[in-house]
Design a protein around this ligand. Structure first.
Ligand code: NAP
Length: 487
């Protein structure tokens, strides 16, 4: 990547070093700023304001003022704004993808894919806005009528992670705005520019001032105001389980409705009766997207004895053919990790596993390109006691162990506090039902490695979270139920 690309991106009107509050752009002022680095080079690409509780309060109060007019619009009118926002994202796909690759590191092709995915939530919820149906219920007494209304809950607050800087926002904001709720977003400090670019296009799409805000700055101060302010009626968080459980405690103070999309520890099971070619393709897709930094990335591979060696041999071939490099280089298959700490975590899982007897088949070290570059890695002989089995690696590490029978595979898959995604490959239809019903996870890919889709309810069970995003369930998260009894 050349300096020209950086200057060109910085010069684009979608690149804003400012926050967006109450319909106004507030630029960086003085020393109170956060610098944002390019994970591929370590160079600073810009900075955003480091705001805190006071600015967040202003955004929340502005959102509260904007709420009556926004919820007062017809669902169709709100849907039109969201539909236009979706179109604008697609029209600006290339520059939005460049901003994302610059701050997040993922390959440009993956960034463009994320922009299309992000836009798809606006389209989906533009259509769902009209389906916030209530119902009527046969009354208990004569001359009575029971009507159930679905109404927007109020000001919503969102805190989002760096791994999907656009789509984790649109998945929340699409639902909130469709339901008639204004939203205040705090994006991850590593990737604020994608969020701010969304806000520019939101303004152009006709989102009224006060309905959508982006506040960058101190996570604890911003979140403290979001959970401490009784005007906020809904908090939606995507990120680590540790922060999510803290937010849940804080949201209890004002009894705010909360959705949590947290970490995973996804198993990927390959049975003897699987289509092995399809399983290898699925494994690559489910493991290496975003360099292994997705919450639904596979963390644990369980392969049945009869196909273990063949599966590992094919995977090794695919992994060793992957080209590691800068996300802007068209030949790159796998990009750098977000920062040095993320790379250190992957390597510490490799060290821990090999110390406990795992076999290193490929990779297992940094590349000379820099601290954030880790070679795609394959380990076999993984055991339950190893860190890689216990916690999300969030990196390009394939950790394989073998199993004997179906019951053992299900028990291994469920032996974790997490339950976000799971994958398995089998051609036996009876087994498909048994395993799908037996695995404790919110989402299961059956003979499929990619599962995300705006029409499907995304979310986890156990320590992976609460609530769902996308689908009709996504809209429900921003609606209250009100029952009317007419005498
Ligand atoms: P993180 O550290 O929890 O950060 C996520 C967001 O929380 C960021 O905006 C961060 O702000 C903010 N935050 C940090 N400390 C906070 C605090 N004390 N109070 C309130 N907010 C705080 O997680 P991450 O490392 O960015 O993201 C990776 C994790 O997210 C993984 O576990 C992954 O599985 C999970 N994830 C889950 C899903 C899902 O849908 N289930 C999707 C994507 C990612 P700063 O950036 O300013 O620190």
């Amino acid at each position: 990547m050349t300096l020209d690309i950086v200057s060109e991106i910085r010069a684009n009107r979608l690149f804003r070093e400012a926050c967006f509050i109450d319909g106004e752009w507030l630029p960086v002022a003085g020393d109170e700023q956060i610098s944002v680095d390019n994970p591929a080079s370590g160079q600073t690409i810009g900075s955003v304001p480091r705001l805190g509780a006071e600015a967040t309060r202003r955004a929340i109060e502005s959102a509260h003022r904007a709420w009556p007019a926004w919820r007062g619009q017809t669902a169709e009118a709100r849907g039109k704004v969201l539909y236009r926002w979706h179109e604008l994202l697609l029209e600006h796909e290339q520059i939005l993808a460049s901003i994302m690759t610059l701050e997040q590191g993922k390959t440009h092709a993956e960034s463009a894919g994320e922009i299309r995915y992000a836009a798809s939530f606006f389209k989906w919820f533009a259509e769902e806005a009209r389906r916030a149906y209530g119902r009527t219920i046969p009354p208990a007494g004569a001359d009575q009528h029971i009507v159930v209304l679905r109404q927007p809950i109020g000001v919503a607050a969102a805190i989002t992670p760096w791994n999907f800087p656009s789509s984790m926002i649109t998945r929340k904001a699409g639902a909130a705005l469709a339901a008639g709720c204004p939203m205040v977003v705090k994006p991850a400090s590593a990737t604020p520019f994608s969020a701010l670019a969304l806000a520019v296009l939101g303004e152009e799409a006709g989102v009224p001032a006060g309905v959508f805000h982006v506040v960058t700055g101190s996570a604890s101060e911003i979140a403290g105001e979001m959970t401490g302010n009784p005007l906020v009626r809904k908090v939606s968080f995507t990120g680590s389980t540790e922060v999510g459980s803290r937010l849940m405690r804080d949201a209890a103070t004002n009894v705010q409705k909360i959705s949590l999309e947290l970490g995973g520890n996804a198993p990927f099971i390959v049975f003897d009766d699987a289509d092995l070619d399809a399983a290898v393709e699925g494994a690559i897709a489910a493991k290496f997207r975003n360099t292994g930094q997705t919450c639904v990335c596979v963390n644990r591979f369980y392969v049945q004895d009869g196909v273990h060696d063949a599966f590992v041999a094919r995977l090794k071939e695919r992994i060793e053919a992957m080209r590691l490099g800068d996300g802007f280089a068209p030949e790159t298959d796998i990009a750098p990790l977000i920062n040095r700490a993320a790379a250190d975590k992957v390597l510490s899982h490799v060290d821990d596993a090999t110390r406990q007897g795992a076999t290193l088949v490929s990779g297992g070290r940094r590349d000379e390109r820099g601290a954030n570059y880790v070679l795609p890695t394959l380990l076999t002989g993984i055991r339950q006691s190893m860190q890689v089995t216990q916690e999300e690696t969030f990196g390009p590490l394939v950790a394989v162990s073998s199993f004997r029978d179906e019951a053992e595979a299900i028990a291994l898959a469920n032996n974790t506090p997490f339950g976000l995604a799971a994958y398995f490959y089998s051609e036996n239809v009876r087994r498909v039902w048994r395993v799908a019903e037996g695995i404790e996870a919110g989402m299961i890919g059956i003979n499929a490695g990619l599962i995300s889709n705006p029409a499907a309810p995304f979310g986890g069970v156990k320590a992976s979270g609460l609530g769902r995003e996308g689908a009709s369930e996504g809209l429900d998260e921003y609606l209250e139920t009100k029952y009317l009894l007419m005498g």
